[in-house]
Design a protein around this ligand. Structure first.
Ligand code: ATP
Length: 782
């Protein structure tokens, strides 16, 4: 046993002292927060009494403005301090519950005595603010805890490397101020604390892992050198966890300069967003921005098209095998995600600089004011050495001037006269005021009337022209769908050298399918990124320059084209890309390895970390699931024991439902709170939902679901990505459902969602992926 009972009492006494100290600090901070609150209320109440308001002349007005501004600044400064203090309070309450999770005794070379360093989710200073009673897990010295067993050790500080000896490494589990368990590592075999943490039931929210971060994960969390950090990690190896702790680390390390909203996490689906959303607040940090790539595309394109979701695309890929045109669509999905297509588009865009940009007529009252042809002539008369977006900007200016001219001519038309008659009193009043303001009354009734008419017609035409000006400012005179469409109507794209080498065999069919969809104002998911890329290259890229770090989780689901796009979108950002090639479920996915991603920033700025240890599932489950994929023997299970997975064959769907229901009942009686029945597609989920309904409450998860609760969930394989459940039941792992090579990874992804139990069922013949497994990795049940 590596526990240290004799030290236990002493350690508990220290915890007690900490709790007392924290209590003291809480009391004093609460008092401070209270008085700050009162202060703020007072400032708000007396706001207008404390500013001098006088608008008599320009000077006084400026004084008034300055005085209001000053008062507002005082108020917002107090509010900021108040928020800060409230956050500190929350952290103190968390510390009180569990002041620390680790201790290291470190003797720095050259020092006589070793220092005891206690690590928690935040720092705690003593009353005089001189000594650290607890160090934040992100402090430089804390690295020792994660990186070394007892013995020689070193850590980096901004001032250089500190070397010494780690004399003790102790782990604690403290809850409600009491030490529940305590281990010295280096003495114990295996990581007891980690076993304890991983043995718990799943919750519908991800947990922070700061107490048990592993060395390899620490390399990801504290990585500061690389522009691009690529993490290839087995299912359950802690990629997402490491990513979130990394966000917390960066926010701490760069707290003077980095805000949470300068970090973006791009996640696989909206449900995943809510799954991870509590980790950072638990660590006392604000959440980063979270989005899905689809959400971004939708926000940019949904006004122009009905946009296909990635999940609808995937459903098609998985179910439409026998539909006509399937092979071409699949080839299209792959090609449109490739760098070859990016190259085709770049050459196409280059050519657009010389010819081929389509414009729309600027129309007014059913008549063409400025024809598309004139606009095109004007565009192509501009200096061809200018980039397209710069020329577009000049073109828009020209169009606005043209519109001004057209508006002048329009004022004299009879319809304007007619509309003047219909104006209401308010409009006349406004014109009258305007005349007064301009002091233009001449006293000559005839002239005054003429002037008034002029202003009124100006007003009317202006109103009617406003939407036209808006159209121009928003560059809606560019016929973007037609420009994209054209790419699929140029049979040989003659201006592209070696085009034959780039285009796939199915190109003509791909063209036909693409055009057919575009003509219905629909955009397939595989077309969305290329379309947006084209739009950006013509109108000017809308980049997010303030973002400093982008995290892309489940990165294997993005195409090389999408990566190139993301790089442009966040030009000043470092990227952390986390994925598992064995879980690549999309037809366009990066297929061979992440190596080609290095080309995004070049080898020198890229670092790759491989995680092979899997923490989520029991040893038995990992030994089973790793047999499903090629090279799975490289995945090491964390040594946490459990039951063997089971494989059960049913004669028909009625028997299948009966067996699964029975299994669910027994899992529930064993206390598993989140049980997922995973089916391949949404339609199979619907079938499972209907078959299993009756005795137990079921939750059907669809792509619209934004969060999930504990219970029995029926979920399609692709929506289960990234999340985990106590027990997983694979609804129907038959040869028909999972028989094709392309279904191997989706099957693996589904099985690896299980933490404690995995039960696989099939109607009729089992999938060949199961037949290939070693029989001693599961129990066959009847
Ligand atoms: N160092 C650790 N300490 C405690 N728990 C850990 C650690 N690393 C990972 N885990 C746990 O393992 C599980 C899997 O982690 P996570 O979801 O981050 O893995 P992943 O690599 O993103 O998985 P996947 O690719 O399958 O989605 C989670 O429950 C997480 O809390």
């Amino acid at each position: 046993m590596g526990t240290v009972e004799h030290d236990w009492q002493e350690e508990q006494q220290r915890v007690d002292r900490m709790v007392d100290e924290i209590d003291k600090q809480i009391a004093s901070l609460q008092q401070h927060v209270g008085s700050m609150k009162a202060d703020i209320a007072k400032i708000r109440k007396n706001f207008w009494e404390d500013v001098t308001v006088n608008f008599d002349d320009a000077h006084e007005a400026a004084e008034t403005y300055a005085s209001i501004k000053q008062q507002a600044e005082v108020l917002s400064e107090r509010e900021r301090s108040h928020r800060h203090a409230e956050n500190q309070l929350k952290t103190l309450f968390r510390l009180k519950h569990s002041p620390y999770f680790g201790r290291i005794d470190f003797k720095e070379n050259g020092e006589k005595e070793s220092e005891k360093i206690y690590l928690g989710i935040a720092s705690l200073l003593d009353e005089n603010e001189e000594h650290f009673l607890i160090y934040d897990w992100r402090a430089p010295v804390a690295s020792l805890y994660y990186d070394y067993p007892p013995g020689p050790a070193e850590y980096e500080t901004p001032g250089g490397t500190i070397t010494g000896t780690l004399e003790l490494k102790r782990q604690y589990m403290i809850r409600d101020g009491y030490i529940r368990s305590m281990f010295d590592t280096g003495v114990t075999i295996g990581d007891e604390l980690l076993k304890e943490v991983l043995g718990k039931h799943s919750s519908t929210q991800m947990r922070n892992i700061v107490a048990t971060i592993q060395k390899e994960q620490n390399r990801i969390i504290r990585n500061e050198r690389s522009r691009l950090l690529i993490v290839q990690g087995a299912a359950g190896s802690g990629k997402t966890s490491a990513a979130l702790q990394r966000v917390a680390y960066l926010l701490y390390r760069y707290r003077e300069t980095l805000q949470a909203d300068q970090i973006v996490l791009i996640s696989p689906n909206p449900m995943f967003n809510s799954y991870v959303s509590t980790v950072l607040p638990e660590l006392g940090e604000e959440n980063m921005q979270q989005t899905t790539f689809y959400e971004y595309l939708e926000q940019r394109l949904a006004k122009t098209f009905r946009l296909e979701t990635p999940f609808t695309q995937l459903e098609y890929v998985l179910t439409a095998l026998h539909e006509p045109g399937y092979a071409a669509r699949l080839e299209g999905i792959r090609f449109k995600g490739s760098t070859d297509f990016l190259q085709v588009m770049d050459l196409y865009i280059e050519n657009l600089g010389r010819e081929g940009i389509s414009f729309l007529d600027v129309q007014f009252k059913g008549e063409v004011l400025i024809s598309a042809q004139r606009i095109a002539e004007q565009f192509y008369s501009l200096d061809a050495s200018l980039r397209i977006p710069n020329r577009v900007e000049l073109l828009a200016k020209w169009l606005l001037a043209e519109l001004e001219e057209k508006a002048r001519l329009e004022r004299k038309k009879p319809w304007v006269e007619d509309e003047i008659q219909l104006l209401d009193q308010e409009d006349f009043q406004r014109v009258y005021q305007e005349l007064r303001r301009r002091k233009r009354f001449s006293g000559d009734t005839f002239n005054d009337f003429a002037l008034e008419q002029k202003l009124l017609s100006e007003m009317i035409v202006n109103r009617h022209f406003k939407p036209l000006r808006e159209t121009v400012k928003r560059l809606r005179f560019i016929n973007m769908p037609a420009i994209y469409r054209q790419l699929f109507t140029l049979p040989n794209l003659h201006f592209i050298p070696h085009i034959k080498d780039l285009l796939p065999a199915e190109w003509l069919n791909i063209c036909e399918q693409t055009l057919e969809r575009l003509d219905r104002s629909e955009l397939a998911y595989e077309d969305a990124t290329p379309y947006l890329y084209l739009k950006e290259r013509i109108e000017g890229f809308r980049t997010h320059t303030s973002v400093r770090h982008v995290f892309i989780d489940e990165a294997q689901d993005y195409s090389p084209f999408q990566f190139a796009f993301l790089k442009r979108l966040f030009p000043h950002s470092k990227m952390t890309i986390l994925g598992d090639l064995n879980q690549a479920i999309f037809a366009h996915a990066v297929n061979s390895d992440f190596e080609q991603l290095s080309s995004i920033y070049g080898d020198i700025q890229t670092e790759k970390i491989v995680l092979t240890r899997s923490y989520r599932s029991t040893r038995q489950i990992v030994e089973f699931t790793r047999g499903i994929i090629e090279g799975g023997d490289r995945i090491e299970p964390f040594n946490r024991g459990g039951r063997y997975p089971t494989v059960t064959q049913a004669a028909d769907t009625t028997e299948l439902a009966a067996k699964i229901k029975e299994r669910i009942r027994s899992l529930q009686s064993e206390g598993h709170s989140t049980i997922a029945v995973i089916a391949k597609t949404a339609s199979e989920c619907q079938e499972a939902y209907e078959a299993l309904q009756g005795e137990m409450p079921l939750r059907l998860i669809t792509k619209e679901t934004i969060s999930f609760e504990p219970g029995i969930l029926i979920i399609p394989s692709y929506l289960a990505k990234g999340v985990e459940f106590d027990a997983v039941i694979i609804y129907n792992a038959s040869q028909t459902q999972y028989g094709r090579e392309s279904e191997r990874k989706i099957f693996y992804t589904a099985c690896t969602r299980a933490m404690h139990e995995l039960h696989v069922y099939s109607v009729g013949e089992m999938s060949r992926f199961l037949r290939g497994l070693s029989p001693d990795t599961y129990i066959k049940e009847s």
